[in-house]
Design a protein around this ligand. Structure first.
Ligand code: T46
Length: 135
């Protein structure tokens, strides 16, 4: 499964804490886009898709969230609940996200937004993975 929990270096002093994110230094891709999700609801799951060409890093800077990751063979659940932990997610991983405690999720992405590279149907996702494996 192409995901990794990454510990982010914290620079702290009596004024508070600071974390810096830099392409190809502590982030394993070039950051082309940053977006964030907030005002999240306990009842509403997000995600339910995979990306054919995108790598991302999730950071829960407030609250917590559960990310369910699926590579078409296994499903794993990862909890994010600290601003100094990032979750790297590679290409072709189906993900579903549940939010708790007013979670604010910052996402770094390796490319600009492109709806065409999303796979939003789980059956289609399984077909793409099978095709990739057959090639
Ligand atoms: C992911 C999770 C964590 C844009 O216009 N620009 C953007 O950069 C993004 C990410 C979305 N949008 C539009 C597309 C939809 O009309 O915002 C709307 C909501 O997007 P979506 O339904 O894809 O939201 P989530 O939370 O299900 O998924 C998003 C990302 O798409 C996805 O890559 O990993 O956040």
């Amino acid at each position: 499964m192409k995901y990794q929990l990454m510990q982010l270096n914290v620079v702290g002093d009596k004024r508070g804490k600071l974390i810096s994110l830099e392409s190809h230094k502590n982030i394993p891709f070039e950051i082309k886009r940053v977006y964030y999700i907030y005002d999240t609801s306990l009842e509403q799951m997000r995600g339910k898709h995979a990306h054919q060409n995108l790598e991302q890093l999730y950071i829960a800077i407030n609250g917590k969230c559960e990310v369910i990751l699926d590579d078409a063979i296994t499903q794993e659940s990862v909890w994010l609940e600290s601003p100094n932990v990032g979750l790297y997610i590679g290409k072709n991983i189906w993900r579903e996200i549940r939010f708790f405690d007013d979670c604010k999720l910052v996402v770094l992405a390796s490319d600009y937004y492109d709806e065409n590279e999303y796979i939003r149907d789980y059956g289609e996702f399984l077909k793409v993975i099978k095709k990739n494996n057959d090639e």
